[in-house]
Design a protein around this ligand. Structure first.
Ligand SMILES: Cc1cc2nc3c(=O)[nH]c(=O)nc-3n(C[C@H](O)[C@H](O)[C@H](O)COP(=O)(O)O)c2cc1C
Length: 323
């Protein structure tokens, strides 16, 4: 059952306004989006796959799969495991590398006039710098999202996002190259997410994406073996939504001027509204896309209807409006 049905306001229809009066436009770190629904990195590839189902430009923006300097095959299988209300994945950043992405994927997105948020990843600070450099002056890219949930080979494989100092170093390197706004994508696998948020903003991030997957593990009780080849993997889907909403709320309370792209377990319009009320200016939808490829398109129309029924003229009124 959708949460729109579950939590319906009995007075809603009395306040209804015409759908055409509802404004879904938002601004995220200086980027104008026609609506606040975007794809989550890694769950949509570069858009072509989903374009078979609906026109991808109906979404506010497309956050593409993280791009690294070199092509990556990813990790051996099994790379995914189902969990209650979610899934674990350890894909290992499989992607064609920056050369192939610029040659093949970006031109397609440009031809569709999509707003592209290019997600970048790396093993070293220089990897991130290099990808940011290659993405300069490429039409259609409206922002860079920096995936900090990657092992830092120069720091014993510690994930960049787990260290405020390492995260800041990456963002400073990207900021020295970028010609579009930078969103730093953080993890909730830290004691104090606000500390990391402050460090990356100080280093040059214009906004934050909250959150990436949460580190988890599943063991096959019969064989005694981990279900993923990599042993550990990232938990996503509705199971992590309350963690994600909490992160958005905490960071927005501490840094109210910093725009946030909320992400984690979004499935229906009630979830979108939760993230906006917690302080997100826009949201990314990931795992739900695997269950229903139309979910992004559906959320745009459901959000318009949700606002219409409640007489709310602009979606921006919801941002940070938690009671
Ligand atoms: C299969 C899969 C691949 C992902 N790949 C990436 C990636 O390349 N870069 C990234 O920043 N996040 C990646 N993520 C994380 C998502 O973008 C998102 O932050 C996370 O899944 C939480 O949102 P969700 O619950 O809506 O999926 C991936 C998630 C999944 C499930």
């Amino acid at each position: 059952m959708s949460s729109d049905v579950r939590r319906v306001d009995p007075m809603a229809d009395e306040r209804a306004i015409p759908e055409s009066d509802v404004d879904l436009r938002v601004e995220l770190a200086g980027v104008h989006l026609d609506n606040p629904i975007t794809t989550a990195s890694g769950c949509f590839a570069a858009g072509q796959e989903i374009d078979r189902f609906f026109d991808v430009t109906e979404l506010g923006a497309i956050v593409v799969k993280s791009i690294t300097p070199e092509p990556r095959e990813g990790l051996p299988t099994p790379r995914m495991a189902e969990t209650p209300s979610g899934m674990l994945n350890a894909i290992g950043l499989q992607n064609p590398g920056i050369d192939a992405w610029l040659e093949r994927d970006l031109p397609w997105l440009q031809s569709r006039q999509a707003k592209v948020v290019a997600s970048i990843a790396g093993r070293t600070v220089d990897d991130y710098r290099e990808v940011a450099h290659r993405l300069r002056r490429q039409g259609g890219i409206v922002a860079l999202e920096v995936n900090l949930s990657c092992p830092n080979v120069e720091e014993r494989g510690l994930v960049f996002a787990c260290s405020a100092a390492d995260s800041a170093q990456v963002i400073a390197a990207v900021a020295s190259e970028a010609d579009v706004p930078i969103l730093a994508k953080l993890t909730s696998d830290v004691t104090d997410v606000v500390e990391v948020a402050e460090a990356v903003v100080e280093a040059g991030a214009h906004g934050l994406t909250l959150i990436n997957t949460v580190l988890g593990m599943a063991i096959d009780p019969e064989t005694g073996r981990p279900e993923l080849w990599n042993t550990y993997g990232g938990l996503s889907g509705p199971a992590i939504r309350p963690i994600a909403v909490r992160n958005v709320h905490q960071v927005h309370a501490a840094l109210p001027a910093v725009p946030i792209l909320g992400c984690g377990g979004i499935r229906d319009v009630g979830d979108v509204v939760q993230f906006l009320r917690a302080g997100a200016s826009a949201v990314s939808v990931g795992t739900s896309t695997f269950v229903d490829p139309f979910v992004g398109q559906q959320l745009v129309s459901d959000l318009r209807r949700w606002l219409t029924r409640r007489g709310i003229a602009s979606v921006r009124e919801l941002i940070g409006s938690v009671g």
